[in-house]
Design a binder for this molecule. Structure first.
Ligand SMILES: [Zn+2]
Length: 478
């Protein structure tokens, strides 16, 4: 609604700027140069490739070829616009969309770039999305990751490519995917000095102009991010990993005034349909939710517990009680669980039921060895089988050891058709083999309701009856 007004204003400004620029044929753009760097260009490629593999084990990549190909198209147009002195034939640029709600994007040395779905949804124009992407590309082209590592090593014992890759992957999932990233060494390549930020702003503006975008679009996007940052969408994450240099907007706009936009791109219809598609896909999980394990989606209302306690995973786990207590999931469902288990959760999200000793923090993530998780996942439409496939795939994306152990079987939840499937996994905290039982059914409102039971493989038989009791206690009200 308001975006129509914005678009009209911006088009007016764009025309005006084009006229001014045509009257100024002399290019007086700022020259940006490389910092000293003791690494080879091929080291950037190697570090980035290792880090990308780790990233993709930790975050869900959006499975939507239409969105993917649009973002890839914008990315390649920007890559082609990188000035020749900053092009590296060894680099392999690619662009993937992360199915996460936070407004964020990051790139790794040598070319891999990850753009959150939240960023694409927040952008008011294709140019604003390209604004962020060009800024990220500039960091990569200027080899800021390894330049920063070169500088850091004057003060530390970090050495060798293995150590650098270790620093970016850090063994700490939160380091890459945002949560707690401030303190982690894993922010090595993700957080730069203000000096580097200014350089990426300037080169990014030059790349945008050469690619046909408004060079000021990064400044516009920062305004958009700031205006949306307070709405719980995780906006500040991008701002905190890209420290704001002094007079950022002014500096970008000043550079933009010296640039000629080559073959300007009008706001594309394709971008509008990308946004429409994404908005039709329900709510994406936040990075914090992803960091806590499988992607868990919100259930509206209900008396959800507000925090995961510390727990002591690997402690003694008592046998589940045969007495049950009831949990109310808002207007949506009721479920009963053993009265010696606790209800654990995070804000408005799905809920876990687990005994003491069966959950705890491992590398910043809450991990469960025994328990049941109940919640609602977004469903991309389609039938129960398709929705369940997508859900199981999304779980497997975050858990590299997860394997399917059975085919789908028919079942029921609250009198509705359900599917059941069993998976095997290696527990993320203990490394022990575990079995995972998943039941799903479609809600009338369109979401996918699920129940997940988990227990160590050698104790699984002892938990089957408990899982069955919990399953049959579920009452859906939608
Ligand atoms: Zn930056």
């Amino acid at each position: 609604m308001t975006s129509n007004t914005n678009r009209r204003t911006r088009r007016g400004v764009m025309t005006l700027m084009a006229l001014v620029l045509l009257a100024t044929p002399v290019f007086a753009q700022t020259r940006v140069s490389y910092h000293s760097n003791k690494y080879k260009v091929s080291d950037d490629v190697q570090v980035g490739r290792q880090a990308a593999a780790e990233v993709e084990r930790q975050v869900p990549i959006l499975n939507d070829s239409y969105v993917q190909s649009h973002v890839e198209g914008v990315g390649q147009r920007l890559v082609n616009a990188i000035p020749s002195e900053f092009q590296h034939p060894e680099f392999r640029y690619f662009f993937k969309v992360v199915n996460a709600r936070d407004i964020n994007a990051f790139a790794l040395p040598g070319g891999p770039m990850y753009i959150n779905r939240g960023m694409i949804e927040a952008a008011r124009t294709e140019g604003e999305m390209a604004g962020v992407m060009a800024h990220e590309l500039a960091h990569v082209a200027l080899r800021h990751g390894t330049a920063q590592a070169t500088k850091a090593q004057k003060y530390s014992v970090l050495a060798g490519i293995g150590a650098i890759a270790g620093a970016v992957i850090g063994g700490a999932p939160g380091a890459i995917i945002g949560q707690g990233s401030q303190a982690a060494v894993g922010t090595y390549f993700l957080k730069f000095s203000r000096e580097y930020e200014t350089e990426a702003d300037i080169l990014g503006a030059q790349i945008r102009a050469r690619a046909g975008y408004d060079p000021r679009d990064l400044a516009n996007m920062f305004r958009t991010i700031q205006s949306q940052g307070g709405s719980g969408s995780g906006g500040p994450e991008f701002l905190s990993s890209h420290p704001n240099p002094a007079n950022r907007y002014e500096r970008i706009n000043q550079e933009a005034a010296m640039l000629r936009v080559e073959n300007p791109i009008r706001n594309s219809n394709e971008f509008a349909s990308v946004q429409q598609r994404l908005r039709g896909q329900g709510r994406a999980p936040t990075m914090a939710e992803i960091a806590r394990g499988g992607q868990r989606y919100p259930v509206e209302g209900g008396n959800y517990p507000s925090n995961y306690p510390e727990g002591n995973i690997g402690g003694r786990v008592g046998y589940p009680s045969s007495r049950y207590q009831t949990f109310n999931g808002g207007n949506l469902f009721q479920v009963s669980y053993p009265d010696n288990w606790r209800a654990l959760g995070e804000g408005q999200n799905s809920v876990w039921f687990a005994p003491d000793g069966a959950y705890g923090q491992a590398q910043g993530v809450t991990v469960f060895t025994h328990g049941v998780n109940v919640g609602v996942a977004q469903s991309q439409g389609g039938n129960l089988q398709q929705a369940t496939d997508a859900f199981v795939n999304s779980l497997a994306q975050g858990n590299r050891n997860m394997r399917q152990q059975s085919n789908y079987q028919r079942g029921s939840i609250s009198g509705r058709n359900a599917l059941a499937i069993t998976l095997g996994n290696a527990n993320e905290a203990t490394g022990r083999p575990e079995s995972i039982l998943i039941y799903t059914t479609l809600l009338r409102s369109g979401g996918l309701f699920y129940m997940i039971g988990v227990a160590p493989q050698n104790e699984y038989r002892n938990y089957q009856a408990t899982f069955r009791n919990i399953l049959t206690s579920i009452r859906l009200n939608d």
